[in-house]
Ligand binder design. Structure first.
Ligand code: SF4
Length: 105
């Protein structure tokens, strides 16, 4: 391997490593936590804790319904929060709930 080839190779390694690190950091950050006061969260009755859902307003809600077992939840099983298809760029609590809950298949 010539000196120029080695230099080019090393630049590619550095560029690739930096891109992977940036990508990993973005995936871990995943956006800010969804606030219950967010307009769309309010509209869907989102609560970070499913036990705090207003039973009178949402009579079909059951305590076993959580973001963690919702079809729209995209978080990993052991993480406390994750992305939701309904709230792009935000993290919803695994133990949370909103009126769009759909049982995970
Ligand atoms: Fe949670 Fe599902 Fe509502 Fe998203 S759609 S906030 S995952 S209950």
């Amino acid at each position: 391997m010539s000196k120029t080839d080695r230099r080019t190779f090393m630049l590619h390694v550095i560029a690739t490593t930096s891109a992977l690190a940036a990508s990993s950091a973005m995936a871990q950050a995943g956006g800010a936590n969804l606030e219950e006061t967010d307009a769309q969260a309010v509209a869907l009755g989102y609560k970070r804790d499913t036990t705090k859902v207003d039973a009178a307003k949402y009579p079909k809600h059951a305590a076993m319904q959580t973001c963690g077992n919702c079809q729209l939840y995209q978080g990993k099983p052991k993480e406390p929060s994750g992305a939701c298809a309904l709230f792009p760029g935000k993290q919803v609590a695994m133990g949370g709930w909103c009126s769009a809950w759909v049982k995970k298949a």
